[in-house]
Ligand binder design. Structure first.
Ligand code: SAM
Length: 345
């Protein structure tokens, strides 16, 4: 048994270094695409170790670029690695890695924002949500402009148990700008507490595993980078639809320095704002003078449950958006001024 395990273990044969690959295939980073590469394999190994034990795992790597993290994943004895890269210049270098690891590396030239990984790995990997996590992992160092919308999309997938979470509680190890990593793990009352903290933490156990200094990347970005690990929770801490939670949380943080009733009030049309906000906060048993950053997950749970009840009682409420109301009011004023001959400049 031990011998067969040893036989299946893969060590990549000697390959050109990532720096040599970049030179060989003329892979200069494109600034507009925020490409910053990791060339130090000790660092890429460290990121991959934070993903957990990858023996026989099926791994989805997003944005492999010249393939530093890709190599570390292949060296972790995985069953299969699927990489999705948008920039076609990287495909030949990745192909070289694929040749060095026969049958292990699948390369897709595509966009992670639209790619459907749930169709890619064997169905036999599926675990029930309450079970241990499946042997499926997502790992990636993406541009910051992609990683934040992507994590919101994946959090919604966790809430619906679909997309990459069709396999069960798939774990993710991803990089973010350090400040975003800090927001993702920020606790109640801390300065960095934000919409992202609540959205991530009501669905996952989130860990800021370590920080990589900007100078470790080529070219060096303006900021340091945080490696964050996400493990979806069996039971989310708020049991309401993702879009409803998102709306409550977004509104709550609308005016982050003011009392929480200010932002939460924006959930309601102006005509009923005072009365409905008071009702929401009273039923949720929340002090209206708490700041948004002082609201705990339990507070948000109550707020979402009560807001849900209010939406059930008034089916128009969920569709209400205070920005639309503001715009309508502005349009009306402009119309009135035009008809009075007071044209706006
Ligand atoms: N993972 C490599 C590393 O750590 O050295 C490259 C990191 S670089 C910051 C981000 C990579 O993601 C680039 O190769 C870029 O082309 C790729 N990328 C950017 N947007 C993408 C998208 N929407 N879908 C797939 N790949 C993307």
């Amino acid at each position: 048994m031990a011998a067969s395990r040893k036989l299946s273990a893969l060590r990549l044969p000697p390959l050109p270094t990532i720096r040599e690959i970049i030179k060989l295939f003329k892979l200069q980073a494109v600034k507009q695409l925020s490409q910053n590469f990791l060339l130090d394999l000790r660092l890429t190994d460290k990121i991959v170790r934070k993903a957990g034990n990858l023996t026989n795992a099926y791994v989805y790597e997003v944005g492999p670029g010249p393939g530093g993290i890709t190599r570390s994943i292949l060296n972790a004895n995985v069953a299969e690695l699927l990489v999705v890269e948008k920039d076609s210049r990287f495909i030949p270098g990745l192909q070289m890695l694929s040749d060095a690891a026969p049958g292990k590396l699948k390369i897709v030239h595509g966009d992670v924002l639209t790619f459907k990984v749930e169709k890619s790995f064997p169905k036999s990997l599926k675990r029930s949500w309450e079970d241990d996590p499946p042997n499926v992992h997502i790992i990636g160092n993406l541009p910051f402009s992609v990683s934040t919308p992507l994590i919101i999309k994946w959090l919604e997938n966790i809430s619906n148990q679909n997309g990459p979470f069709t396999y069960g509680r798939t774990q993710m190890t991803l990089t973010f700008q350090k400040e975003v990593a800090e927001r993702l793990v920020a606790t109640t009352g801390s300065k960095q507490r934000s919409r992202l903290s609540v959205m991530a933490q009501y669905l996952c156990t989130v860990n800021h595993s370590f920080t990589i200094p900007g100078q470790a990347f080529v070219p060096k970005p303006q900021v340091d980078v945080g490696v964050v690990h996400f493990m979806p929770l069996i039971e989310p801490k708020i049991e309401q639809p993702f879009k409803l939670v998102e709306k409550v949380v977004q509104n709550a943080f609308q005016f982050r320095r003011k009392y929480c009733h200010r932002g939460l009030g924006m959930l309601f049309p102006e005509a009923q704002r005072l009365e409905s906000t008071e009702k929401l906060l009273q039923l949720a048993d929340i002090d209206p003078t708490l700041r948004p950053t002082q609201l705990s997950l339990l507070h948000f749970r109550s707020l979402c449950d009560i807001y849900r009840k209010m939406c059930d009682e008034d089916p128009q409420l969920f569709g209400y958006n205070f920005r639309d109301e503001l715009k309508q009011r502005k349009d009306k004023i402009e119309e009135k001024e035009e008809s009075n001959g007071l044209q706006m400049p």
